[in-house]
Design a protein around this ligand. Structure first.
Ligand code: PLP
Length: 331
């Protein structure tokens, strides 16, 4: 399988906002878009995106996971970035129609069709550093993907970063390009210096998230993760896993978790930690690194509760378990 995210379906759905209104959706070549080099997004980062997946079931149907939640989050990101308000019904139709068009190309589990809605400010004006773009473009790209973090994947190594942060605190809940650019330098440093896979950002000792996934700690029957605030991304996988954990009778604790409590709990043999996200699903964390010191989480291997939660989520997505919360949209 090609590298995650590098293969695209040849067409995409596209709409533009001009003269205070959205155009009709068109289906266009996904090869290129036309934009003025002075476009707002290229200078002032007026951009947000989403990531969700469509799954093929054994009956041949194609089902999108929690689409409404992703659309809601994109509407929120657009609003917080002062991009034109998206038409949520139009975006829903764009996603469903383009996925339908490529229904035959949706890989069977553990693969899926990754869906990438993108919203960018297109106004040609380099004088608008402190003003919103009056025009924008919304498009939906499709990329078939395999099971990126499949079985053999080694548990991740995370560097705990207590100074600095992933992005400005009021930007954390916006899925916006600049936040990833902001985190890239520290992540590359962590890779080269301590061979970490990711940084776990813990500003002032408060355990938050990594560059593109949420963090959960599992201690016996309890699953612990930071309570929602504006400083980090409100993952839809995170919320789904917490619901599944509660369904399984686990205690769900959404609260502050300090680095010292994390390390204390991680030292116990039964403790597990994992990253959650649409791409990661739930990927085990085996090692935490603080300064030069390394700490195993529990046994340092993928834990049974992590794998059980991951499996339960996959079974709903793949149509192998009842979708009792109504998370799937059949295209
Ligand atoms: C996308 C993302 C997540 C995970 O969100 P999901 O909705 O679960 O895919 C977590 N953190 C960051 C920074 C992200 O960009």
């Amino acid at each position: 399988m090609a590298v995650f995210g590098t293969v695209f379906m040849p067409k995409m759905a596209l709409a533009t906002f001009e003269n205070e209104q959205w155009s009709k959706t068109s289906v266009v070549d996904a090869q290129s878009i036309q934009m003025h080099p002075g476009a707002h997004v290229l200078h002032y980062s007026s951009t947000c995106f989403e990531g969700l997946k469509a799954f093929r079931h054994a009956d041949g149907s194609v089902n999108i996971f929690r689409m409404d939640e992703n659309i809601k989050r994109m509407a929120q990101s657009s609003r917080l970035l002062n991009l034109p308000a998206i038409d949520t019904q139009q975006l829903s139709d764009m996603i469903i129609d383009i996925v339908k068009q490529y229904a035959d190309e949706v890989p069977a589990p553990p693969g899926s069709m990754y869906i990438r809605p993108t919203h960018i400010g297109t106004e040609a004006s380099i004088g608008k550093a402190a003003a919103p773009s009056a025009t924008s473009m919304l498009y939906v790209l499709l990329s078939p993907v395999g099971d990126y973090f499949s079985g053999g994947a080694k548990p991740l190594r995370l560097l705990l970063a207590e100074d600095g942060m992933r992005c400005a605190p009021h930007m954390g809940m916006i899925k916006s390009g600049g936040n990833y650019a902001s985190a890239l330098g520290p992540i590359l440093d962590a890779k080269s210096k301590v061979n970490a896979d990711q940084i776990l950002f813990c500003p002032d000792g408060d355990v938050q998230e990594t560059g593109a996934a949420n963090f959960v700690l599992i201690d016996g029957n309890e699953i612990i993760t930071k309570q929602l605030d504006t400083s980090f991304l409100h993952g839809i996988t995170r919320s789904s896993l917490l619901t599944i954990a509660a369904d399984m009778g686990m205690t769900v604790s959404e609260r502050e978790l300090s680095v010292s409590e994390l390390l204390e709990r991680a030292a116990k043999p039964g403790t597990e930690a994992a990253l959650s996200g649409t791409a990661a699903v739930l990927t085990p964390v085996g090692t935490l690194i603080q300064d030069e010191q390394e700490f195993s989480v529990g046994t340092g291997e993928a834990g049974p509760t992590t794998m059980k939660l991951r499996q339960a989520l996959n079974e709903i997505q793949w149509g192998q378990a009842q979708d009792k919360h109504g998370w799937l949209t059949k295209v």
